[in-house]
Design a protein. Structure first.
Length: 480
């Protein structure tokens, strides 16, 4: 029997799993689909895990109503009644006060400090007469032109410094286009009034969420991949990608099994990668030129500590998420998974996830779990959240690659690496990490679906079609 063509996918997060599923559903008899995942579980940073009967995510995740009908229908089919349609009920901090999020006009009128409202209105009235930044060169320029000084100083600029670790003036203007959906006064007003009856669209202010944590999406995708004959190699990672004739030929794999590590080689006829593009480039043998290696070092990701606190109470607060911009508080966002799924079990126990942005190896990254717990409880008390429930336990997850950092030089570095990867035949990088993109799950799954469309049965790649899709991907704007 003639050996099947082996299509390898690096990374079993939502992008890799969705791609594998779409390829397998094509039922190509000559193909074998193999996913390689470094972790011992699927889902990447969109995974979930269970602790003391509670389901926890790696941070706050939602499936947004903007998800395409194609993807949403597939997930509804796989998840069935476990895919819940839930109302959003979050809060953001503004000048020391909590406001409903998504923003609500009644709540804004009742709870926004009058001095802030007056200053914001003054900004709006003055906008037509103010000199704009031409051209806009930074995140700060774009948001100052679009929103004015008041809201930038009170929320967006401190939150940006906290999330990405650099000053707004040093962040690329592209960040404002891709990461801030309400980047003008008009868009904010539109969002605020979009929740009112008569204006409100179906599923406005709502989200989809699986009953057993956000990672259930990846788990059902993985189950379907294996059901259709795909292979998922967990605790495995590519050590080298050996190029022959300008295309990937062989992968050297590292397989971890408890304390035992083994290496083997696997043939490759086509390679998709959803791992960080800078990591991918460094795996290629022969090694890339020095300018590519330097670009890989300069392309940076913001890391994240996820600190979990389990309290002996049914519910910590009624809210699913809190957004915290103050830079004297190390927490950027707090989520309570029980509220995402409306779960009542287990009784007298809930947990919250505290997202703490940092850089790999910095002082925050190196804090002990005990120090993180002490600091977190102090910060919760500072912002008026409960800190007096009995604490059952706490623990930490550390994620080295979370947010791509769009500094003023990032696009030059990315283009160098991207052009290098695109020189090879049979090698495609995609997904949030693979395209250095700020994207939601539905965006990254959309990339995977379209990548499947571009691969012909004989493993020829539709380059022009993929370029067109790439241009569409560049218009994605993150939904919070």
């Amino acid at each position: 029997m003639e050996k099947k063509k082996q299509i390898i996918i690096l990374g079993a997060g939502p992008a890799g799993l969705a791609l594998a599923l779409k390829l397998l559903r094509r039922n190509e008899p000559e193909w074998e689909i193999i996913l390689i995942e470094q972790k011992s579980y699927v889902g990447g940073i969109a995974a979930s895990f269970e602790k003391d009967g509670l389901f926890f995510d790696f941070g706050s995740h939602r499936l947004h109503p903007a998800t395409s009908a194609e993807i949403l229908n597939d997930l509804k089919e796989l998840l069935g009644d476990d895919l819940l349609n839930r109302p959003r009920n979050g809060r953001i901090r503004l000048l020391g006060r909590f406001l409903k999020f998504p923003l609500n006009p009644v709540d804004l009128i009742l709870h926004t400090p009058p001095a802030f409202v007056l200053s914001f209105l003054t900004d709006m009235l003055a906008k037509p007469f103010q000199k704009k930044h031409r051209p806009q060169r930074s995140f700060a320029d774009a948001l100052m032109d679009g929103l004015g000084k008041t809201i930038c100083s009170a929320f967006y600029f401190p939150y940006a410094r906290k999330l990405w670790g650099i000053n707004p003036e040093d962040i690329s203007v592209i960040q404002a286009q891709k990461r801030v959906s309400a980047n003008s006064v008009f868009k904010i007003i539109k969002k605020v009034f979009s929740v009112l009856p008569g204006i409100k669209r179906e599923n406005t202010g709502r989200f989809f969420y699986p009953q057993k944590g956000y990672g259930q999406i990846s788990r059902v995708l993985a189950n379907e991949v294996e059901k259709l004959g795909g292979k998922i190699l967990l605790s495995s990672s590519a050590e080298e990608i050996i190029i022959k004739g300008n295309r990937p030929s062989v992968l050297k794999l590292r397989k971890e099994n408890n304390d035992f590590v083994e290496f083997n080689h696997i043939d490759c006829d086509f390679l998709f990668s959803t791992i960080p593009i800078s990591v991918l480039a460094r795996l290629i043998k022969p090694l890339p030129s020095q300018d590519i290696t330097d670009a890989c070092k300069k392309l940076k990701y913001r890391s994240m500590i996820l600190h979990y606190l389990l309290f002996e109470t049914d519910q910590y607060t009624p809210y699913d998420a809190h957004y915290i911009p103050e830079d004297n508080i190390i927490i950027s966002r707090i989520s309570e998974p029980k509220n995402y799924s409306a779960s009542k079990e287990p009784a007298n126990l809930t947990g919250i996830c505290l997202e703490i942005p940092c850089n790999l190896g910095d002082d925050i990254w190196n804090m002990t779990d005990a120090s993180l717990t002490q600091k977190s409880l102090e910060d919760l008390k500072k912002i008026g959240l409960p800190a007096n429930f009995p604490l059952k336990t706490s623990f930490t997850k550390r994620l080295p690659f979370v947010y791509p950092i769009y500094d003023q030089k990032f696009d030059e570095q990315f283009e160098l690496i991207d052009d290098y990867i695109n020189r090879f035949t049979g090698l495609v990088s995609l997904g949030r990490q693979g395209l250095f993109a700020h994207d939601n799950t539905h965006h990254t799954m959309e990339m995977a679906y379209r990548a499947s469309d571009c691969l012909e049965s004989n493993l020829n790649w539709k380059t022009t079609m993929w370029k067109n899709y790439r241009r569409e991907f560049e218009t994605h704007v993150v939904e919070d």
